[in-house]
Ligand binder design. Structure first.
Ligand code: NAD
Length: 482
């Protein structure tokens, strides 16, 4: 496994301004050319058959198992992520994807027969899933293991060569991965590269067979437009404002506990975290007081001292989040400590048109907005770009159907939050502004494969009606054959 460390060049870029970036960029250019040529060259001569895929999946499993503590320690340094959250939401999800792939690889790889229409008889039709080739996976910082390595499981299962580009913001985890991956994976076909925005932009000049990107919509647009120059397909795993609708008939105690867990895990820096709550007026007070109670149970009277509560990734995001609180009515929390990048779990009385409702929050601030009618909730949700997830709390099946049919989102949990995401049998991805393409389980395998349609025909019979000179008489037969 090949590793390139551009830390020194990146720091030149960051500290010496634009004038030196050309020189540094040239350096990166040459290095990336080498990595690219190495992977591309090996693609032609190295088989990525079932044995290779199984060996790589097992190697990745070993990496995660043997380095569990070091990975948790790195994520503690980056985000103050607790060991429990690391195991449950990072390594655990990747390991579950690996097990699922190992169990199902045989059947995924098997050619799939499809019915052969009469006009192609005698013949056989089948679909074969072939590797796309060389794929680039660009990760995000908020789940630096999960969002880089879970897609990688699919890319391996489908037999691709892989270039990994972790986020520069989760620097401790990124550096550990850069050190560990070469010790476990096949360097001829799998490489990892450290790169910031400027270097990633250079990377995107190269022609990949797929770019799998996780991050914000703004950068997603850059990735897509650069990839378009090479006609490279993209999967964009983006974010958005995922709503939680709470109806009066819901079990409010359970709803509060689940929402508080999903929102404040990772200090709200979760793409599928509930972004805001729409709640029916008769249960709003109860919901607020139950969430407050849960926050106290989860993180104690002083969440800053809790070992289970994360920090904001950097000053820029801290400042962005603090700006959302200006002029808002705080229902709970509101405390912050810039030196510690700490923002207390905070509930605010939401206003539909306030600043905090204009963009994805991606932090521990939860606006709660009273809305009377379910139809009004649906129309408010539909007035915003399609979210990555939607959450609905109600026991009423007809209300569940109303919302499921009346809204569009990447995924849905009814009477829960986040929990649809790790299920390997469910596709995970966005729709509209929240992304394109999906992965997890077999969906990953298919995303990283080309489904090749194959017709194998016999030559012993050659029905002549398709050949010129055409006969009107044969149109009838043609219609029957189709
Ligand atoms: P980001 O878009 O800032 O960065 C993502 C990646 O893009 C990083 O690896 C970064 O190095 C790279 N990048 C940054 N600038 C670039 C440029 N100019 N050209 C090319 N590449 C560039 O996102 P982020 O801050 O890491 O993550 C936050 C966003 O990601 C939120 O919107 C969140 O909802 C979304 N997200 C989505 C998912 C998902 O699975 N759908 C998961 C996590 C985060």
């Amino acid at each position: 496994m090949l590793v390139i460390n551009y830390k020194s060049q990146i720091s030149v870029l960051l500290t010496s301004g634009k004038s030196s970036s050309y020189r540094s960029s040239m350096g990166f250019d040459q290095h990336i050319e080498q990595v690219y040529a190495h992977l591309k060259g090996n693609l032609k001569c190295r088989p990525r058959d079932k044995e290779w895929r199984v060996a790589q999946l097992k190697a990745l499993r070993r990496l995660l198992q043997e380095n569990d503590e070091a990975l948790c320690a790195a994520m503690w340094k980056d985000l103050r992520k607790s060991r429990f959250e690391c195991v449950a939401t990072e390594q655990g999800i990747v390991l579950s994807e690996i097990e699922h792939a190992l169990r199902n690889l045989n059947s995924w790889m098997k050619p799939q027969s499809v019915r052969t229409p009469l006009y192609n008889q005698p013949g056989i039709c089948e679909i074969r899933h072939e590797p796309l080739g060389l794929v680039l996976i660009i990760g995000a910082w908020n789940y630096p293991i999960n969002l880089l390595l879970a897609p990688m499981v699919g890319a391996i299962a489908a037999g691709n060569a892989i270039l990994l580009k972790p986020s520069e913001l989760s620097q401790h985890t990124t550096q550990l991965l850069v050190q560990l991956l070469p010790q476990y994976m096949d360097s001829d076909l799998i490489a990892i590269i450290e790169a910031g925005p400027a270097e990633t932009s250079i990377l995107l000049n190269f022609s990949f067979d797929l770019v799998f990107f996780t991050g914000s919509g703004a950068i997603g647009k850059i990735v897509m437009s650069k990839s378009a120059q090479n006609l490279t397909p993209v999967v964009l795993e983006l974010g958005g404002k995922s709503p939680a609708l709470v109806l009066a008939d819901a079990d409010i105690e359970v709803a509060a506990r689940r929402i508080a867990w999903g929102k404040f895990m990772n200090a709200g820096q979760t793409c599928v975290a509930p972004d805001y709550i729409l709640v029916q007026p008769s249960v709003k007070q109860q919901l607020v007081s139950e969430i407050k109670k849960c926050l106290h149970q989860f993180y104690g009277a002083a969440p800053q001292r809790s070992l289970d509560y994360c920090r904001i990734i950097n000053q820029k995001n801290y400042d962005r989040l603090i700006s959302f609180l200006v002029g808002e009515k705080i229902l709970a929390g509101g405390g912050a400590d810039a030196d510690d990048l700490y923002i207390e779990p905070t509930l605010i009385e939401g206003q539909w048109n306030s600043l905090v409702m204009q963009e994805e929050i991606f932090g521990p601030i939860l606006p709660i907005i009273e809305v009377g009618e379910i139809e009004k909730m649906i129309s408010l949700v539909n007035g915003k770009p399609k979210p990555l997830s939607l959450y609905l709390f109600t026991r009423d099946r007809s209300h569940q159907e109303l919302v499921l049919q009346g809204t569009s989102s990447g995924g849905v949990s009814v009477n829960d939050v986040v929990m649809h995401m790790p299920v390997p049998g469910l596709p995970f991805g966005g729709v509209g502004a929240s992304g394109m393409g999906h992965y997890h389980g077999e969906f990953s395998f298919k995303t990283f494969s080309h489904a090749k349609g194959i017709l194998r025909k016999s030559t012993w019979m050659d029905i002549p009606i398709r050949y010129a000179p055409y006969s009107i008489r044969n149109i009838k037969i043609l219609r029957w054959l189709f």
